[in-house]
Design a protein around this ligand. Structure first.
Ligand code: NAD
Length: 251
């Protein structure tokens, strides 16, 4: 599997390169990144310049790369694994449109564990709502740009899907002086040091609290998840939008 790595010079790009060498039949053959240089493989500064043929694109970059990457993938008819977070509504629509023409794997969290706790949280919410208040706390390193994390939003969206009333997401209690409403999910972000990624879903009831949490100890978790996702969509071959749920179902 020849991988074209988008965001090749970023923290995750470097880890994907390292992890790919441990996989049988997976190689980073080139990278795309508007910034920096690289002596390990050909590096292009934009998708217009790419000359290396690949079987799949793995993207850990920035939402600004999304449009040109999808355009290139559609032109070359190659599947894409989009792991970049902080993508807005317009970008999400572009991903859905692209999935009609190529296989696209998109998830805010490439770890099987997070996708599993998402299922557990859905089960808990279905049983505990509306008596328990639901809060999500996420913690990441001090270099992360987007807040809350894409994973916190993914968890909130999954939980919302099983609630009778669509909840309001409360990101900022500071600007309001009022009690928490019943129909909300509070989402709080902590940023500091080198924390790889912590997510905790808190179900707070009367005299009892249930917590479901996941801790990532290394970025390799996400890199290996993305390479496995790439294998999955290269084999799936059919156009469409895929996520970790599809991998979990197959497991
Ligand atoms: N889905 C997941 O499981 C998962 C896991 C970890 C990180 N991520 C996401 O992957 C992305 C990359 O993470 P990272 O830690 O490698 O970040 P990083 O800042 O280290 O790397 C980002 C890369 O994108 C490039 N880039 C391209 N266009 C850019 C622009 N307009 N502005 C800034 N940089 C630009 C940078 O040059 C850099 O090489 C982030 O969105 C992050 O949230 C997702």
């Amino acid at each position: 599997m020849r991988i074209l790595l988008c965001g090749a010079n970023g923290k995750m790009g470097k880890v994907v390169y390292e992890c790919a060498s441990a996989f049988e039949n997976a190689d980073v053959v080139a990278g795309v990144d508007p910034y920096g240089e690289n002596d390990k493989f050909p590096l292009y500064h934009s998708f217009d310049e790419v000359e290396t043929e690949a079987d799949v694109i793995i993207d850990f970059s920035h939402p600004a790369m999304l449009s040109s990457m999808l355009k290139y993938a559609i032109k070359k008819k190659i599947p894409v694994v989009v792991a970049t977070t902080g993508i807005d509504e317009k970008g999400l629509q572009e991903i859905k449109n692209a999935a009609q023409e190529i296989p696209v794997f998109f998830t805010a969290n490439m770890s099987l564990g997070v996708n599993l706790i998402s299922e557990l949280a859905k089960k808990a919410a279905a049983v505990l709502s509306p008596d328990f208040d639901i809060e999500i706390v996420e913690m990441h390193h001090n270099q992360k740009i987007d807040a809350p994390s894409g994973t916190a939003l993914l968890l909130a969206d999954e939980i919302s899907s099983v609630l009778d009333n669509e909840p309001v997401y409360e990101f900022d209690r500071h600007s309001k002086r009022m009690k928490r409403s019943k129909n909300e999910i509070g989402i709080s972000s902590v940023r500091g040091g080198t924390i790889v990624g912590e997510h905790e879903i808190i179900f707070a009831g009367t005299d009892e609290v249930i917590k479901i949490s996941h801790s990532a100890y290394s970025k390799k978790l996400f890199a290996n998840g993305a390479i496995n996702a790439a294998k999955f969509i290269v084999n799936a071959k059919k156009n469409g939008l895929y996520s970790m749920k599809d991998v979990l179902e197959e497991a």
